[in-house]
Design a protein around this ligand. Structure first.
Ligand code: SF4
Length: 317
């Protein structure tokens, strides 16, 4: 059995079934898992092809790049269904993704008693640790649906955000750990300005077939008010444990333009001189292939951002 995506819910479900005395080999239906089916399973009549979306077989995709591409496209289109891929006499059963975490669950997961330190087995400096040690994860999932990216598959298309209170409690806990310098290097996740967003139809997890909530045009059901992030930046920045707070996770420009006040907030108080922005290209053809909006968004974004950055620069002298 393979657990895919964010594993909290599948792992808890597996543990509960094992605790109830069910053999691992009998557990086949947990969302967020993939299981191998042998010939006996296939002959049992329990896995009728019509009950699943059927992907091209492993033998097909192994020998044909075209088949592999078709499989990838179908996989993305039917990601919320249970899928079957034949392989020899057996098959791989891909269960639907695990349900996204609620805000309470997100808070509980990120407030587990982490020690915020690398494994003591490491003796030398760890460059990756230096990058993340003062950053806070506040959001997971991505509604962008870019063609080159696996994040929506890995973390889910439904955006899941922590509460302000939970992030504040984490700041207080981390401020009590050795080496805290009162600087938060990042408050974010896959895309910082998706914090607090959601699908007004609650369709992101299972029923919606649209790959992206934002491209080529924003879906009317996509709630794009970014006041949640603006408020979080202000509340955390005002804490006595914090001198500076930055947002270094990526900012989606087209999304920021749907609630432009967030650009002012970021430029005025949460940018340390550089901003990570997406889309990451300007060629219309490449953007189309990436499933990103048109590059005119850059000009609009720059027009809003630069005057803010100028004011900030002047104020800093
Ligand atoms: S209905 Fe719209 S906002 Fe909701 S998941 Fe689908 S594309 Fe996204």
């Amino acid at each position: 059995m393979l657990v895919y995506g964010m594993g909290e819910k599948p792992l808890a479900a597996i543990a509960n079934k094992l605790k109830a005395g069910i053999e691992l080999s009998e557990i086949k239906d947990i969302p967020g898992t993939v299981v191998g089916l042998g010939k006996n399973d296939m002959d049992s009549g329990l896995y009728d092809k019509s009950d699943f979306f059927n992907l091209p077989s492993f033998e097909d995709v192994k020998t044909s790049k075209r088949s592999f591409s078709v499989m990838t496209k179908l996989f993305h289109e039917h990601f919320s269904s249970r899928m079957l891929q034949r392989c020899g006499n057996g098959a791989i059963l891909i269960n639907q993704p695990a349900a996204p975490l609620t805000q309470c669950e997100m808070d509980a997961v990120y407030e587990l008693p982490f020690v915020y330190a690398p494994h003591p087995g490491y003796r030398e400096k760890i460059p990756a640790w230096e990058l993340v040690k003062d950053s806070f994860t506040v959001v997971r999932g991505c509604m962008g649906g870019c063609n080159f990216c696996g994040l929506g598959i890995h973390q889910g298309k439904a955006v899941q955000s922590r509460s302000h209170e939970s992030v504040k409690r984490e700041v207080i806990r981390r401020a009590a750990t050795p080496g805290w310098k009162r600087i938060i290097s990042d408050i974010g996740g896959p895309t910082a300005n998706m914090y607090g967003l959601y699908c007004e139809k609650n369709a992101a997890h299972l029923t919606c077939k649209r790959r992206s909530c934002l491209a080529p045009d924003p879906c009317p059901y996509c709630h794009t008010d970014q006041s949640g992030l603006a408020g979080l930046i202000k509340e955390i920045g005002d804490m006595k444990e914090v001198n500076h707070l930055y947002v270094n996770s990526g900012i989606r420009m087209d999304l920021a333009l749907l609630w432009p006040a967030i650009i002012d907030v970021l430029a005025a108080s949460a940018t340390g001189g550089q901003m990570s922005i997406a889309p990451e290209h300007i060629s219309p053809k490449v953007l189309r292939l990436m499933n990103k909006p048109e590059n005119t968004k850059w000009d609009e974004f720059e027009e809003r951002l630069l005057p803010q950055a100028d004011v900030r620069e002047k104020n800093s002298f």
